[in-house]
Design a protein around this ligand. Sequence first.
Ligand code: MG
Length: 336
Amino acid sequence: MKLTYHPYELELKHAFTIAKFSRTSTPLILLEITHEGFTGYGEASMVPYMGESIQSATSFLTKVEVTQFKYPFDFASIINYLDSIAPGNPAIKAAIDIALHDLDGKIKRQPCWKLLGSDLFKMPVTSYTIGIDTPEVLIEKLKDTVDCKVIKVKLGRDSDRELINTIRSVTDRPLYVDANQGWTDLQQSLDLCYWLKEQGVLLIEQPMLKTDPESNAWLSERSPIPIIGDEAVQRLSDVEQAGSIYNGINVKLMKSAGIFEGHQMIARAKELGLKVIMGCMSETSCATLAAAALAPQCEWADIDGPFLVSNNPFKNPEFSDGKWMLGNEAGLGLKT
Ligand code: MG
């Protein structure tokens, strides 16, 4: 088994502004693991606020012994091994986990979604995310949302209602809202939840600081729209506590250290009565296909990476009727 990788700077079509920062590109590590003539592809997307970087990822990779990856893969042992090298580093761990899942599917000649037990008839539509911007630019960006059936809007500043009104002046598509921890006042937030319900908003992500479970729980108990924990929920060990704070969780492979643990998070969330949205970072078709393989097990999907970037090094997966269309190719189905 052989592991190779290279850094890649993923350019965003538009500067991406959310409640706490703005950026124009995302550093990636693109990774390949080969075994007996088969190649598995993986990807780490290292958005700056998660704390990983090209440097931390390459430093992690120098400590990885590929001899630990014996086929058939025992994914639970593999994630334990990766965690034993160093805590944190979920994106570069995800890159390895995704590549091994792709490889596993190719060796078994089965698509990843099938090996994970997903039912493609249950594939949810995916949303298209729009960052915070001026009304003029927002309207311009909305023209770019092609055939997405749902729009995800970043809120969390003083202009929240104005921004929604601008969107409603040009489209009546349902909305997801992501406040990225930007709301502070409890009663104002609850009033906003009721107003957003009238505006056709289906869910609200991380309204308040992840370090303030009481406020998030207060809002989750009263909001007419499901409140979803995102920044507060990274890996499987966070799901339990989320059950008493939020109405649902956002699972992202770059937080969960990949497909194996993301799959476990979805299963545990369901047992706890939590709804799940499959999310993503700025990602290429590689991590997009990995997330789409699990998306049919979730209520909602926000897997819009390929729409928002201008230099995806892979072919875009097939997208139709607002959904990613997975096929019967072995592995992830990634086309280079
Ligand atoms: Mg979010």
